[in-house]
Design a protein. Structure first.
Length: 384
């Protein structure tokens, strides 16, 4: 069965936000009595698990108002959401293929906080009051998010990472539960603008709508697209062919203030490696995800030692920060057919932190790092 236009559009949007590795739009699997479909779209990234049903008003459908909405969204899509949740509870093995062509058993995901979303594209005369409905409350499935496809596009236009989208969905639920009779009179744009200002849901402030303009002005400060574009093509892996999944996961979990710090140090490392002199690595630690990051610039005279440098600094940063996880990248400049290119080698380490006398001695006698510091950003989404 062909994707409808909205399903294809949502797939493109989700690929940009959640990466090919964590998005699934081929969700057929074998059940007890034959072929079943899990959902139109699935996103799975560690603790984050979203299921989507997507509805389009097809050419030739006469009803483009509330009757269409009730039939296709409230009746059919909600029923499909319930079926998906039942499948996830009933089947221990639901192996489907992600957008990289790799197969995973999504039934192994943490299903304690599944986000349920229905994205729909109605006809041109769709009532505004119906568009402002934010949720359907189901006794079986709980709160199900309702999004006009245009609204979902703009949410993913402003929110840059999976962590931010998840935070917004949590906020949206809190807002609805706090003010169910009020929120239905406000557009999705206002809800998003309110979220950008504060997570407090006990008030309405029309002036918050200006946050959307401010965000347009400062978005470049947090834009990582230039760094992670064609990410897998740039990776040179140290341990295994699937190692980069863990690397992308840790970057995907960052929010924009953290991304800004990541990007700042990444750029500093690329600039530093142009000079034929030894520079101390740049680093940050993100307590929220318990992950330490280290960016290691190597001068041309030292590039033969990249593997040792990467392992030593990544593990030393992990130990120094008492972190469970550490992500390191070594950067050095090379000349290929008269073109100057940057080589990037990545390493990810994960284990419980334990005291080690050898590390203590090494760090005490020859500390290899700069001081860890991050700019304090008072507002999560605005730097002005």
């Amino acid at each position: 069965m062909k994707n409808n236009p909205t399903e294809a559009a949502v797939n493109v949007i989700n690929l940009n936000v959640f990466f090919k590795e964590f998005t699934f739009n081929k969700s057929d699997f074998k059940g007890h009595q034959g072929e079943l479909e899990l959902a139109d779209h699935v996103v799975w990234l560690d603790e984050l698990f979203f299921i989507y049903q997507i509805k389009d008003r097809l050419p030739g459908e006469k009803d483009d108002g509330q009757k269409w909405f009730k039939k296709k969204v409230i009746d059919k899509a909600v029923r499909q959401i319930k079926n998906t949740l039942q499948y996830l509870g009933d089947y221990p093995d639901i192996t489907i293929e992600n957008n990289k062509g790799h197969k995973f058993n999504v039934a192994q995901a943490n299903l304690s906080d599944v986000k349920k979303l229905i994205i729909y594209t109605p006809g041109p005369n769709f009532p505004e009051e119906t568009r402002n409905l934010k949720f359907y409350e189901s006794r079986q499935a709980g709160l199900i998010h309702l999004f006009h496809s245009e609204d979902y596009y703009w949410i993913c236009r402003y929110l840059l990472t999976p962590a931010e989208v998840e935070e917004y969905l949590d906020f949206r639920e809190d807002f609805y539960m706090a003010q169910p009779k009020v929120i239905i009179y406000f557009s999705e744009q206002y809800v998003l603008a309110h979220f950008l200002e504060t997570l407090e849901v006990d008030h309405i402030e029309p002036a918050y709508i200006n946050n959307l303009k401010i965000l347009d002005e400062v978005g470049a400060d947090f834009d990582m697209s230039g760094v992670i574009k064609n990410f897998t093509k740039q990776l040179t892996l140290v341990n295994s062919p699937t190692e980069y999944y863990a690397i992308i996961k840790e970057i995907s979990k960052l929010k924009r203030s953290e991304l800004a710090e990541f990007k700042k140090r990444f750029i500093k490392a690329t600039e530093a490696c142009k000079k034929d002199e030894v520079n101390l690595p740049y680093r940050i630690y993100v307590p929220r995800t318990d992950c330490a990051f280290v960016f290691i610039p190597l001068p041309k005279s030292k590039i033969q030692h990249w593997k040792t440098a990467l392992a030593n600094f990544t593990l030393a940063q992990k130990y120094d920060q008492k972190a469970k996880k550490s992500l390191g990248v070594v950067v050095f400049e090379d000349i290929v057919e008269d073109d100057r290119i940057f080589n990037l080698f990545w390493m990810f380490a994960e284990s419980e932190w334990v005291y080690e006398e050898e590390f203590e001695t090494l760090l005490r006698e020859n500390f290899p790092f700069r001081k860890v510091s991050m700019q304090r950003i008072n507002n999560r989404y605005k730097s002005k």
